[in-house]
Write a protein of this length. Structure first.
Ligand code: NAD
Length: 468
């Protein structure tokens, strides 16, 4: 048991300038106990959230969406200043996606029948009802703090669950904006509780006896530890973990950057390369390999690197000095293994402040190299050559992970048939854009279970059969 002194605080530092930008109290185990108790009380209250009609919950969720709309700019600035996400991306995603999800799940719960009477085979009938699973522990990474929290609470609130949310210590300031919106929307006390803290606090929360389900997004290393805990406790768990997805360039792909530059960037280097699903292994047909190297080298060189709060910035800093060191150690490993840096590989010139890494492209990579097998979580691409579609698919599938992936081609049918053979939870064609209505998640070391879509709503409901 670990309880920080009541004076313990989390200090937040800007990755763009290394200046302190905020400080919040750090939760201790006793705060988790109180949060779980509040969530439990809100869940079991016979007049509380879980017992509200779906319509009433949906109305409250739409009020929360409106309150988040009103705080969109504050949210985007808080996220960008903490994790280095370019502000233009934070405005397009972090400030908008949670509301999209709240409105989607509000609509879905209104339209979903939670009860049915099934005629039985033995003479009677059964009332099959779906009830909320209970108190959910949501453990969140720093890379898309608001969106990935909403991936959990939007379907969970619709189902009638209550939440204890643990954000990452790197991104706690945006939690205050969110909490303010929750209160202003009139969501009852105890339905959403937030406990800022690190991994030990997360471990304490995940194993807490008052938790009914765990929803985790983060690294595969932490995911395995959480899965072990949940396995021991027989506690339902959703794990959205890391990735090392392949971008398969077929031999008929149109690689004109004026047409597809934005899509290629979004699918391979969005958010400074700090996105779980990015296709950072670029598989290129040998017949067009030099051209593909040129295209990605040009793309990386065209990107504006700078302060995350500058609207012109396309690549901001890594979230922390530790993360920059990690990315740089992978770059050194790539060079040591014999791959060639075609652009980047170092720190950008200019300011000596901020944890920046140049967008980096490696050519001559073997799929078995460390940089092609491990998640780097930075703006580093590995270009690998192949002969024929079968080899491309075999290379794509030769990975411990299976989260995302893309296929780039002018032939739609060929794209779909290649996508079907990629071992992965999601695949994009000539783009990669997760959609709220479709299940999102991974296989292999990329995780268990799915978020988004009606599938996620059902992950927060438990069926109960009442034999009539
Ligand atoms: P992380 O696993 O270090 O931390 C994620 C969260 O879990 C943090 O809140 C952390 O405090 C907490 N935590 C860490 N260890 C824990 C433990 N043993 N028990 C309970 N809580 C624990 O990951 P990160 O560095 O914050 O995020 C980057 C990782 O997240 C990358 O691997 C990335 O691929 C992954 N990610 C996955 C998805 C997805 O949807 N699949 C989305 C975004 C990020």
């Amino acid at each position: 048991m670990r309880t920080p002194a009541t004076s313990a605080r989390i200090d937040v530092v800007s990755p763009s300038t290394e200046a302190p930008i905020g400080s919040v109290p750090e939760a201790g185990d006793d705060d988790v106990d109180a949060a779980v108790q509040a969530a439990r009380a809100a869940f079991t209250d016979p007049n509380g959230w879980a017992h509200w009609s779906p319509e009433r919950r949906a109305d409250a969720m739409e009020r929360l969406a409106a309150e988040l709309d009103a705080r969109a700019s504050e949210t985007a600035t808080a996220v960008s200043s903490q994790n280095g996400m370019p502000i233009s991306i934070a405005q397009r995603l972090e400030a908008v996606f949670p509301q999209l999800l709240l409105r989607y799940y509000a609509g879905l719960i209104r339209d979903t029948s939670l009860e049915e009477v099934r005629p039985g085979l033995l003479g009677g009938s059964t009332l099959v009802t779906r009830q909320p699973i209970g108190v959910v522990a949501a453990v969140i990474p720093w890379n898309f703090p608001q969106t990935l929290t909403a991936f959990k609470y939007a379907p969970g609130l619709a189902a009638g669950c209550t939440f204890v949310i643990k954000p990452s210590p790197e991104t706690v300031l945006d939690s205050y904006v969110f909490a303010d919106a929750v209160r202003a929307a009139g969501i009852p006390d105890g339905v959403i509780n937030i406990v800022p803290g690190g991994r030990e606090l997360g471990a304490y929360l995940v194993s807490h006896p008052g938790i009914d389900k765990v929803a985790f997004t983060g690294s595969s290393v932490a995911g395995r530890q959480i899965a072990e805990t949940c396995g021991r406790l027989l506690r339902p768990v959703t794990l959205e973990l890391g990735g090392k997805s392949a971008a398969i360039i077929l031999d008929d792909a149109d690689l004109d950057l004026t047409k597809i530059g934005e899509q290629l960037f979004g699918a391979t280097m969005l958010n400074n390369g700090q996105v779980c699903y990015l296709g950072t292994r670029i598989l290129a047909p040998r017949s067009r390999y030099d051209e593909v190297v040129e295209v990605f080298t040009g793309l990386a060189q065209s990107l504006a690197v700078g302060d995350a709060l500058d609207p012109a910035t396309q690549i901001g800093p890594m979230v922390s000095a530790r993360q920059r060191d990690r990315v740089e150690s992978y770059i050194a490993k790539g060079k040591g293994d014999g791959a060639t840096v075609t652009t980047g590989g170092g720190r950008p010139g200019g300011s000596d402040k901020g944890w920046f890494v140049e967008p980096t492209v490696f050519a001559g990579v073997d799929n078995n190299h460390t940089i092609a097998q491990e998640e780097i979580f930075g703006p580093v691409l590995s270009l690998i050559s192949y002969d024929g579609d079968d080899e491309a698919i075999a290379l794509a599938n030769n990975s411990d992970f299976g989260l995302g992936g893309t296929v780039w081609t002018s032939d739609h049918d060929r794209a779909v048939s290649v996508a079907r053979r990629v071992e992965s939870g999601t695949v994009g064609i000539n783009n990669y854009l997760p959609d709220p209505t479709a299940p999102f998640g991974g296989i292999k070391a990329s995780g268990l279970g799915r978020e988004l879509g009606p599938e996620a709503l059902h992950a927060y409901l438990v069926p109960k059969s009442i034999y009539l």
